[in-house]
Design a protein. Structure first.
Length: 198
């Protein structure tokens, strides 16, 4: 599958996380999916049914607003940066945590998730002094934006095998590639590297 199709599956998965809809979540997951977490106290979740029900419960308890801020994909791998505004248990004010995840796709479905983030209900968990608002990231009190099809842009294709040569990149708030944009400079470097090897 071309990386842009894989990105669409991951974005649909986040639609499921935003709605708590079990059918949407299940439709994106390989039956034997494994979701790994950074925290030692959070054991991997194995199987599509278990993972879908985990995110359904998370939705019911925390009322999250998830937003995929960036994606980068090649071959059968997708990497994303996300933001999540949520309401901690027994509180009324929203908190924020942000992270990144690495996806391995299997036959067009999510087969593995490796999640990297910090989580602490007593504080926001995000990069210190990073200009999130200036760069149009989801903010704790900001209005959520839909993530169904947020301007996916395939930037380049090299060769005839899109599974190995198609590189796709998405950045929220931008549907054009701008190499002067620091959010997109990693793609420019990746494209130059990919082209130099052909």
């Amino acid at each position: 599958m071309c990386p842009d199709s894989n990105i669409r599956v991951v974005l649909k998965y986040f639609d499921g996380c935003n709605s708590g809809d079990l059918d949407t979540l299940r439709s994106t997951l390989s039956p034997n999916v494994v979701h790994y977490f950074l925290s030692e106290g959070h054991k991997p979740i194995r199987g599509a049914e278990h993972l879908a029900r985990y995110w359904r419960k998370f939705y019911l308890v925390y009322k999250p607003i998830w937003r995929v801020d960036h994606t980068l994909a090649a071959r059968d791998e997708v990497v994303i940066e996300w933001s999540c505004s949520y309401i901690p248990r027994d509180k009324i004010d929203r908190m924020m945590f942000r992270g990144t995840e690495w996806y391995i796709m299997e036959s067009g479905l999510i087969g593995e998730v490796r999640a990297y983030y910090q989580y602490d209900e007593s504080r926001d968990c995000e990069l210190t002094d990073f200009p999130y608002a200036k760069r149009n990231y989801l903010m704790t009190n900001g209005a959520p934006q839909a993530i169904g099809d947020p301007g996916l842009k395939t930037l380049a294709s090299f060769g005839s095998d899109p599974g190995y040569t198609c590189l796709a990149f998405h950045t929220t708030g931008s549907t054009r590639f701008d190499p002067s944009d620091p959010r997109q400079s990693v793609v420019d470097s990746a494209l130059r590297w990919a082209a130099s090897g052909l």
